[in-house]
Design a protein around this ligand. Sequence first.
Ligand SMILES: [Zn+2]
Length: 235
Amino acid sequence: MVKPPIKDLNRCRAILMLRTAKCTQYDVSGYIGTSKKNVVAVEKWFRELRYEEAREVCFDNALDGVRAIELDHLKSWLPTENQNRLDKMDAISIMGRYGIVKIEKQRPSILHPRPSEHHLKLARAAEKLRQNIKQVKETKDNLIGNIMRGYTQSSKARESKQPLQDVDTLDADCLLSHLMTMYPEFRAIGSWDTLTTRKSVAGISPYMLRKLRLIIHGRALEGTCEVCRSWYPRA
Ligand SMILES: [Zn+2]
């Protein structure tokens, strides 16, 4: 990828977001505290990226981060209509503005991307899976069922069943798609429902558990899954 004109990618994103929210180049330079020349240069740079490169710069979780870090201080004095556009903005509207994807005029509402909701669902699945994995790893009990649904049972006292948390299987699959792109270690799992024994669960390392925890705490999801792939038709 050609280097961005401003080193800090989040500031580049903030410029692209404000411009997509229809702020003028002059206003954006004031809001971001950079020259108008830089604003123009960032827009030109982004417009010329290939789709795959643009996706690395512009994905919904990154935009959420920019809203919280770079743009939060503007909230009290940005004109309401610009602010409303910013609140609703997703990656595809920015890529549409710069001609990287084609946006159909009337997108069917069912396909309207809801990135925060998507992240929240997958974060919940990650939380439950993490607790289930810990439950299996921390006791000497046997796993009955699989890591998404079942219980643990002591081999000595058969009546002592400890239920696992039920995890939505589609959310779990989608989460795994993202995880496999982000951390190759997760590719060995293949599918959560293959984790049916203590031994297979033991293969999930503390490193992998830490990555799950990062997702739970809002780490941006990279790559795509069956759900979010449908949001980004190729131009
Ligand atoms: Zn996804």
